[in-house]
Design a protein around this ligand. Structure first.
Ligand SMILES: [Zn+2]
Length: 442
């Protein structure tokens, strides 16, 4: 092959590799095989990916470089014809508590644009459909969909009375400040255990006396539930010791926001409909259902947005994620799901001449989906990219343009390239474990 059509590696001694020299064809699907620890990752990640990143980083100013991850120069005599590389691995997707499949895949941004353009009634620009934007978010939960609520009953020992310090907070202990406020009100029987309280007495303790200026001899109390909540909101104020706050936090629990019911958006935003659905309803739909709803939209103002969304969703479905929805929190995705989502994201990219690197993309995949996934790899290749895959799956190996087998074994017994060639060539004349395995399956 002509030299510029291959990544040229000469004299590579990274980790367990034994002076490896290798040409990796570009613009092809190249699958690295071999037993665990044989040195596949040392070639693919520690050499190709690391050196590509390192050289890319050198193109930035010193200021930017200081803020980028550091890559060590691999122990190699010569490495030529590298292109910019993208690693598509199983690490978690970046993002925070607000990140969802929709936001991380950019599909939610397209959906917001759709609602701003053709939603009825018109409520505003795309920012009005973002739960990260003050225009769109539910004010109660700030767009999180959940609130922290106080489970006050957990702070009360039902077997104790006021005189036995029934509240598990120091400030409410016998003789302390808040204890005096409640016990001094004359509203409570100080020796009565909480479990013996009548519903009215429980209500009084939790929510306070309802009518200001009730019976003259009784002072008004705020109710410990209300009071605790207020104390929690006063975080950082000087009168609150850290100790009390830590205690209070034990009694907080995450609940669905009572105002938006977890929908994250405010009522005005939720009133806006497309095809009869509010934006959060579309986000809750499985992709297979969502794509059908989008196909019913034939407003010319929305055509390009709808086409782009349908294309993204179709890729998601094709790669075996038909059951996902846009509102799925990205932190709950498995490694395999995260990797496939990344692949779909890159499929939407118009960059060409890149090297995409995959680490066992078939992991956790249904056999039927492996075939679909390899089609996506082929389409990445057909757009002028090099696709490098570390993989054990035979279906992926068979569809490779080129195989590179590293071995013969793991650790010090590995570190050599034991075969390179097409899958057919490997099956015909390879004499490695992988070749035998491939031969039997063909
Ligand atoms: Zn809310």
């Amino acid at each position: 092959m002509p030299q510029q059509d291959a990544i040229i590696i000469r004299g590579l001694n990274q980790n367990n590799l034994k002076n490896v020299s290798l040409d990796i064809p570009k613009g092809k699907i190249v699958v690295f095989t071999g037993v665990s620890g044989s040195g596949k990752s040392s070639i693919v990640f520690d050499t190709i990916a690391a050196e590509s990143q390192r050289q890319m980083n050198e193109t930035y100013t010193a200021f930017v470089r200081g803020r980028l991850p550091k890559y060590e120069k691999p122990r190699v005599e010569r490495i030529d014809n590298l292109s910019a590389s993208v690693i598509v691995d199983q690490s978690r997707l970046g993002g925070n508590a607000r990140s969802t499949v929709g936001t991380i895949s950019d599909m939610y941004a397209a959906l917001r644009l759709l609602y701003a353009r053709i939603g009825e009634p018109y409520v505003g620009t795309a920012s009005y459909f973002s739960f990260n934007d003050p225009n769109g978010m539910c004010k109660t939960c700030s767009g999180i969909g959940k609130i922290l609520d106080l489970d006050i009953e957990r702070a009360i020992d039902p077997e104790k009375s006021w005189n036995e310090s029934m509240l598990a907070l120091p400030a409410f202990g016998v003789g302390n400040y808040y204890w005096k406020q409640y016990t001094g009100s004359g509203l409570f029987d100080l020796d009565k255990k909480y479990r013996d309280y009548t519903p009215e007495e429980r209500n009084l303790l939790l929510f306070g006396s309802r009518e200001p200026g009730g019976p003259r001899e009784h002072k008004r109390v705020e109710g410990i539930k209300t009071q605790f909540q207020r104390l929690c909101l006063m975080k950082g104020s000087e009168e609150q010791s850290d100790h009390t706050l830590r205690k209070l936090n034990q009694f907080m629990e995450e609940k669905v926001c009572p105002d938006c019911g977890g929908r994250r958006l405010n009522p005005k935003t939720l009133s806006c409909k497309v095809a009869g659905y509010s934006i959060d309803e579309l986000c809750a739909m499985e992709f297979t259902e969502l794509v059908e709803v989008l196909k019913t939209i034939d407003d010319p103002r929305a055509r390009t947005i709808v086409d782009a969304l349908v294309a993204s969703l179709t890729r998601m479905i094709d790669i075996g994620l038909p059951y996902l929805s846009m509102d799925r929190e990205s932190s709950t995705l498995s490694g395999g799901e995260a990797q496939r989502l990344k692949l779909v994201r890159y499929m939407g990219s118009s960059l060409t001449g890149m090297t995409y690197i995959f680490d066992e993309p078939s992991t956790g995949m249904h056999p039927r989906d492996v075939h679909r996934m390899t089609r996506l790899l082929q389409s990445l290749r057909d757009r002028g990219n090099t696709v490098i895959v570390i993989e054990h799956n035979l279906d992926v190996m068979k569809r490779a343009d080129w195989l590179i087998d590293v071995g013969p074994d793991g650790g010090t017994a590995g570190g050599e390239v034991v075969f390179t060639g097409s899958p057919r060539e490997m099956a015909e004349r390879g004499d490695t474990i992988t070749a035998e395995y491939l031969r039997r399956s063909l």
